[in-house]
Write a protein that binds this ligand. Structure first.
Ligand code: GRE
Ligand code: ZN
Length: 323
């Protein structure tokens, strides 16, 4: 399929590139680094070769979220967003942007988001999970009361946000001791990200802002496959949960799910059965994943061409109001 739109495509700047090194074997790091820093060579060649017309780019992980000093987090976010804005302005038909935000300072994050949307035309923001604030061991999740005004400002802009993975802090996750191969994208990303997403979905955030839309990658980080059980348990007793509806109701009205890094037809079909094809969108997760792997699967998987067009392109066009 030509003219696909992809939404979880990453870049880095010199200030953040180091964060990605732990995720690469030494022999592939030079290539990954060069792919993250590049905007005009292999990034475009790969998009062209595998039929991605337009990519919404976002900063690598965890980057700004792992900078405990709020002033420094603000600085790095601004710098990254300016680099992205410049690249998107040079190729407006190929690149759009998601803002990186210094969630360590919710007021500054709201101001930066507004600047990115109004001045740079960004399509929303992407956060790499929780933020460390003040010191390396103190973390905040965004269902905390201190984010109330931030969410009101974000919802007023009418743009979606992407909840993207990061690893849990080692100090908080002895569960991975002696099994480090399960950290990162193998499994820990999905655990960390699905819990954060479930926190937001069950917090009442989407009752206060019914138009707010959250995007989850990797086929929803496991949530679609367990949503029946989550709600089944909570139907027996809500255990103090403050939201008004069942979590699956928000999943079907406030969440969009992408194919990033999870190129598998049974998984796609199951997600279509759970949330419908209107809420699924193509993504690659470049350069951590290959366009070739994503497209050679997606372009030929056994779904109707109607659904392929929706998932590959039209759902994103509609969500982001693209021409
Ligand atoms: C990502 O940001 O999507 C990512 C990483 C590291 C490894 C794999 C991956 O940051 O998909
Ligand atoms: Zn990613």
């Amino acid at each position: 399929m030509k003219n696909k739109i992809a939404l979880e495509e990453h870049f880095a700047i010199e200030l953040t590139i180091g964060d990605s090194e732990v995720y690469a074997r030494p022999e592939v790091w030079a290539g990954l680094k060069s792919n993250l820093l590049d905007f005009e060579q292999q990034r475009i060649e790969q998009m062209d070769a595998w039929g991605t017309e337009y990519a919404i780019l976002s900063l690598n992980s965890p980057a700004v979220q792992a900078i405990p000093d709020p002033r420094r987090a603000v600085e790095v976010a601004r710098r990254a967003n300016e680099v992205l804005a410049e690249q998107a302005a040079r190729r407006p038909t190929r690149f759009g942007g998601f803002a990186a935000l210094p969630m360590q300072d919710p007021e500054a994050a709201a101001r930066e988001l507004e600047r990115c949307v109004k001045e740079f035309g960004f399509h929303g923001f992407l956060v790499n999970g929780f933020s460390q604030v003040g010191d390396e061991r103190t973390v905040v999740y965004y269902d905390a009361p201190r984010f109330a005004d931030f969410w009101a400002a974000a919802a007023a802009l009418g743009k979606p946000f992407y909840m993207h993975p990061r690893d849990p802090l080692p100090a908080r996750e002895p569960i991975y001791d002696g099994a480090h191969w399960l950290t990162g994208p193998t499994w820990a990303f999905a655990v960390e990200t699905s819990i954060h997403a479930l926190r937001l979905l069950s917090s009442g955030l989407f009752d206060r802002h019914p138009g707010l839309q959250m995007i989850l990658g990797h086929f929803g980080e496991g949530i679609p496959f367990n949503i029946w059980r989550v709600d089944h348990i909570l139907r027996k007793g809500r255990r103090g949960m403050p939201c008004e509806k069942q979590i699956g109701d928000y999943l079907r009205s406030n969440v969009h799910i992408t194919t990033s890094g999870n190129f598998r037809t049974p998984t796609l079909l199951s997600t279509m059965l759970e949330v419908g094809s209107d809420r699924i969108m193509y993504s690659v997760d470049y350069p951590f994943e290959k366009h070739e792997d994503a497209a050679s699967w997606f372009d030929h998987c056994e779904i109707s061409d109607n659904d392929r067009l929706k998932i590959g392109r039209d759902n994103a066009r509609e969500l982001f109001k693209l021409p």
